[in-house]
Design a protein around this ligand. Structure first.
Ligand code: GDP
Ligand code: IMO
Ligand code: MG
Length: 431
């Protein structure tokens, strides 16, 4: 199967955008299959920075079809604004290169309001969501009261659906002391945007079946990371979708065998935005230095990311859960200055040694990391484009990462720039 699925193997922001952009030269179609505009994927091409939230990272390459699949929750206003912003950088976007699944669910302003009101009510137990309405929109989808792209074609049914949805959310908003929404106001704003969105809408599953028949190569672009998966992540400090590679099939409308090679994007250290357990977090100079050199500020919310050492136990777990065939190791250059570099290889829970992160929230908060220490290379790897340019100590670190996580490095990234990438084994061609 000539397809590739890209997923984040940690807590998001591993550099998926950069790698999807790099790989998209080999693909015909790029598909987002879950998440929404909580994602922030950064591409740097000849110094020009693109920050993409809903648009697949293939959009910047001419001649590629970008698809937003049914598994994505779409805020139509955010999408239209993003299309305008990216167009302003000279990228052509039209129904010729962008398709949106007609059965995808919508995020409405009420979802954002509920998301933020619930977070405020959680007090100290905040999840630290992006406040974009992702959770409430997925809840509506599962509860069967959601509004989908195709509903915009039918004004009467749409008004009924809006009304039903608001009965539910207004009761909650009222209880939380927040402002409620009126049916006419929500309906009118949807009717204003419907033509803009509907021009891109269609049966994505059908287009992907054509791709399969024609032998076109499809690149599935995951958002967030596997530790934020609603089933397999650090629940309840997770997002509201499945972020694992298996979701590429359901979230796009293809069979499981079409997912192809699973590439886990893996940062050479660890970061996390928002609350929740983070065993190898460094609340000290090391964390500050990683954040400063790695520019660890959220692409979507601008929040400072929490930083820590590479957690091999965690990635070993996500490699298995998501069926990762190989990784793209990113931001190795951020470790260049460190005299000592550590890798978390497992945990202690009381006096017990464990080699995985247990499911229990209480245990996740109690585990302490067990580290292996490495001598740093203290030499620049930034911008390296071949193995030969890497210092021996850096290669030793990479080899140990591969050994500990049980997956090989297929790609290695040494700066934000598209071409500062080392290809070890091609995920599309296997060479
Ligand atoms: P994503 O959400 O997984 O697409 O990742 P983000 O774009 O949110 O965050 C990754 C950040 O690291 C972006 O600012 C990238 O430009 C940057 N980046 C990606 N790869 C590298 C790399 O190899 N080295 C450095 N220094 N920065 C990188
Ligand atoms: P990309 O695709 C990092 C985190 C939020 C919060 C939790 C739930 O750029 O890697 P949500 O708004 O989804 O309900 O928030 O998930 N989160 C991310 N963290 N990268 C992301 O996306 C994220 N998307 C959501 O910070 O902790
Ligand atoms: Mg990001």
């Amino acid at each position: 199967m000539p397809n590739v699925a890209v997923v984040g193997s940690q807590w998001g922001d591993e550099g998926k955008g950069k790698i999807v952009d790099w790989l998209s030269s080999r693909a015909d179609v790029v598909v987002r299959f879950q998440g929404g505009h909580n994602a922030g994927h950064t591409l740097v091409i000849d110094g020009v920075i693109y920050k993409l939230h809903l648009l697949p990272s293939g959009i910047v390459r001419k001649g590629k079809l970008s698809i937003i699949g049914n598994g994505v929750v779409i805020d139509p206003w955010a999408l239209m604004k993003e299309i305008e912003d990216v167009r302003a950088k000279g990228v052509e976007i039209s129904p010729a290169n962008l398709m949106v699944a007609d059965n995808a669910s919508l995020i409405l302003p009420v979802h954002g309001a509920v998301d933020r009101a619930l977070e405020a009510a959680r007090g100290k137990g905040q999840i630290g969501t992006t406040g974009r309405g992702i959770g409430p929109a997925y809840e509506d989808k599962t509860a069967r009261r959601g509004i989908r792209v195709c509903d915009l074609m039918h004004p009467e049914l749409l008004r009924e659906k809006v009304d039903r949805l608001l009965v539910h959310h207004n009761a909650l908003l009222k209880g939380l002391g927040a402002e409620t929404f009126g049916t006419e106001q929500v309906y009118d704003s949807l009717m204003q945007i419907n033509g803009n969105l509907l021009q891109y809408a269609g049966p994505v599953w059908k287009r992907l079946d054509e791709a399969r028949q024609k032998g076109e190569r499809v690149l599935f672009e995951g958002a967030q990371g596997i530790m934020l998966d609603v089933d397999h992540g650090t629940y309840p400090f997770v997002t509201s979708s499945n972020t694992v590679a298996a979701q590429a099939a359901t979230g796009a409308g293809v069979g499981p065998r079409s997912v192809g090679y699973v590439l886990g994007i893996t940062k050479a250290y660890t970061t996390r935005v928002g609350s929740g357990p983070f065993p190898s977090e460094q609340n000290n100079d090391v964390g500050e230095t990683l954040g400063r050199i790695g520019h660890e500020f959220g692409t979507t919310t601008g929040r400072k990311r929490r930083c820590g050492w590479f957690d091999a136990a965690l990635v070993r777990q996500t490699v298995k859960i998501s069926g990762i065939d190989g990784i793209a190791l990113t931001k190795l250059d951020v470790l260049d200055e460190f005299a000592e570099i550590k890798i978390c290889t497992g945990y202690k829970l009381g006096d017990q040694d464990i080699d995985y992160l247990p499911a229990s929230q209480t245990h996740q908060a109690q585990v302490t990391p067990v580290y292996e220490s490495f001598e740093g290379w203290r030499q620049s790897t930034r911008g390296a484009r071949s193995w030969a340019e890497l210092p021996a100590a850096a290669i030793k670190y990479v080899r140990r990462v591969e050994e500990l996580i049980g997956a090989p490095v297929a790609l290695l990234s040494t700066s934000p720039e598209r071409d500062d990438t080392i290809l070890v084994r091609d995920p599309f061609y296997g060479t």
